[in-house]
Design a protein around this ligand. Structure first.
Ligand SMILES: *Cc1c(COP(=O)(O)O)cnc(C)c1O
Length: 348
């Protein structure tokens, strides 16, 4: 782990973490007069800052040890904390593979860290020459690889990520926000093998808990310990932890909903391919479809006027729209409207 320690910002490496009242006593029951809480009310007590019960369930599900698991206020929190742990504002950069999820760049900018932007090829895959460039770039500290990628929907080839894990000297973050919708394997099982790997997952998408704000980082115990050291002490609320524990216990509902979403994705694909203005439907391992259209701006606006909101990605990928998979009823209304747009010929 010496290699990883060398990558950590010196001021973080020597940081004395905040010690909260509850973590010092470590008692679960008793008369609590240690944290200046109000003795009245239903939400008067601070939540478990270590999220022990929630971590018990999640670590069992992922077949990892609790020391391999960090929980953040959404995986967006983990993205920010990783940049703060590893990147020095003056010389370090993060590497991103565009088009991709926007938060890596925003988090870097907030932390005054520069980015190195590599472009994916026409199939949204990492280029061979990009791999070489990355290995020789001395300023790169973290790579953020989103797989399945948002907004393109495809997974990045496992062999390319493996190459980077083996040859890149910095940290490789694999963001698996959509992995439960995918047929591909998670990188979680590779955390034992590669010291420089951090896998991000979230309860926001496949588990349908975006409103609770719970994200996961899976890595070796050293990196996890630093994420825990620098996070706000009570980063996940009491109610969020409680609700998540409740929902996670019902794996049947989770599986049923994923199946529904995947079936609807196939249905939507079929319907979209029948529209004259749809030029391409990109392969998707996620709960959304990216489509290339004639006059995408017009279609986007027309849908908005009918209170159907999809994501306009035209600025990122020319003429492309991203559509999240909704319920059967929602998708039906969307298709109905798109057929109307097609029949009226208003895109031409
Ligand atoms: C939605 C999304 C996230 C955000 O997850 P939160 O846990 O809700 O913060 C992270 N990464 C990608 C690629 C996403 O699309």
């Amino acid at each position: 782990m010496e290699r990883i320690e060398k990558l950590i910002n010196p001021h973080i490496l020597s940081l004395q973490a905040y010690s909260s009242a509850r973590s010092e006593s470590n008692l679960k029951e008793g008369i609590f007069l240690d944290a200046n809480e109000n003795p009245f009310g239903n939400f008067n007590r601070y939540p478990d800052g270590n999220q022990n019960e929630l971590k018990n369930i999640l670590s069992k599900q992922l077949n990892i040890s609790k020391s391999n698991l960090f929980l953040g206020n959404g995986s967006d929190e983990a993205i920010d904390l990783l940049i703060r742990i590893f990147c020095n504002q003056k010389e370090d950069k993060i590497g991103i593979f565009s088009p991709t999820y926007g938060m890596y760049q925003v988090s870097a900018a907030i932390n005054n860290v520069d980015i190195e932007e590599y472009y994916l090829n026409e199939n949204f895959e990492i280029l061979e020459e990009t791999l070489k460039e990355i290995i020789s770039n001395k300023n790169l500290k973290i790579l953020f690889i989103c797989s399945p990628n948002n907004p393109t929907g495809n997974c990045i080839k496992e062999s390319k990520i493996d190459f980077l894990l083996e040859n890149f000297k910095g940290i490789v973050v694999v963001d698996e926000a959509y992995i439960d919708f995918s047929s591909k394997d998670s990188f979680v099982k590779k955390v034992e093998k590669f010291q420089n790997l951090v896998v991000l997952q979230t309860l926001s998408k496949s588990w349908g808990m975006a409103g609770l704000r719970i994200g996961l980082a899976v890595s070796n115990p050293l990196i996890i310990s630093f994420l825990n050291k620098i996070k706000p002490p009570y980063n996940i609320s009491l109610e969020s932890q409680k609700k998540a524990i409740e929902i996670l216990k019902n794996k049947k509902v989770f599986e049923k909903n994923i199946n529904k979403i995947l079936n609807q994705k196939e249905e939507l694909k079929k319907e979209l391919s029948g529209l004259s203005f749809v030029e391409k439907i990109f392969p998707s391992e996620a709960n959304f479809l990216l489509i290339k259209c004639k006059n995408s701006e017009k279609i986007y606006q027309e849908l908005i006027e009918n209170k159907i909101i999809i994501r306009n990605r035209n600025s990122q990928i020319k003429d492309c729209l991203r559509i999240s998979i909704g319920t059967k009823q929602e998708n039906k209304i969307l298709i109905q409207k798109l057929k109307e747009i097609d029949e009226k010929g208003i895109v031409y």
